[in-house]
Design a protein. Structure first.
Length: 236
């Protein structure tokens, strides 16, 4: 009988670049995340986050114990599935230990953690990746983490929105415009926070580019790699 569907397994040697593991050859397999708010390329399962990144558990059995005790929240909601995928800008709360984190990217385009205070966990920055008209002429925005939200026509693809969590209500807008701070999510400048100087439009078939400034020097990167942020996001 022919194989149906994709494999349920993931070899460590073939993990996405975004997962920050060093011991790829020490073991053969790695738990594979379920489909969810983030694509496989830019996410990792909760089990890997707790065991291999944060180090709050040594084994997957300990991870299950933490999750089954309902001690962990992702974006303000309790998550109990070890394979639940987490990714860019997700807010992780371990309230029993008083630890709070935001997931960002480092200089190698890998998922990294930024420690937060409890007061910072009530909001999340999401990037608009799609915009379309729905019934009754309303504008629907789709964000990088799969969320959808109705908004006005002032918000465009590439802008960022600050939402409250877990309610996912609109709080404020960060427009992709000259002078805004941007986190670069991919490419050789990944992980940098730079100021946008200019959007460079290219001919059809080529990616638009952006000129940015950081630490007194200018550079150019692909425009779709930009994630507009506010001062709460720190470079790691």
């Amino acid at each position: 009988m022919a194989k149906i569907g994709r494999t349920r397994h993931l070899k460590r040697i073939a993990i996405p670049k975004s997962i920050p593991l060093q011991n790829k050859k020490e073991y053969t397999w790695l738990i594979k995340p379920h489909p969810g708010p983030h694509p496989l390329k830019f996410s990792m399962p909760l089990a890997v986050l707790l065991r291999d990144v944060l180090g709050v558990a040594k084994t997957q059995k300990e991870v299950r114990s933490i999750l089954n005790s309902r001690l962990l929240k992702v974006d303000g909601k309790v998550r109990t599935e070890v394979k639940f995928p987490v990714g860019l800008m997700d807010v992780i709360s371990l309230e029993s230990s008083g630890k709070y984190y935001r997931l960002i990217v480092d200089s190698k385009a890998r998922i990294a953690v930024q420690e937060l205070s409890k007061s910072e966990t009530s909001k999340k920055i999401v990037k608009v990746v799609k915009k379309h008209v729905v019934k009754k002429g309303k504008i629907n925005l789709t964000f990088h983490d799969g969320r959808n939200l109705l908004a006005d026509n002032n918000v465009h693809v590439g802008d960022s929105v600050i939402i409250t969590i877990p309610e996912a209500k609109f709080s404020s807008l960060i427009k992709l415009q000259i002078g805004v701070k941007c986190l670069i999510t991919e490419g050789k400048h990944a992980g940098m926070i730079a100021t946008l100087k200019e959007i460079i439009l290219r001919k059809e078939g080529k990616e638009n580019e952006a000129k940015l400034e950081a630490n007194g020097s200018e550079f150019i990167t692909v425009a779709k790699y930009l994630f507009p942020v506010d001062d709460s996001i720190k470079q790691v």
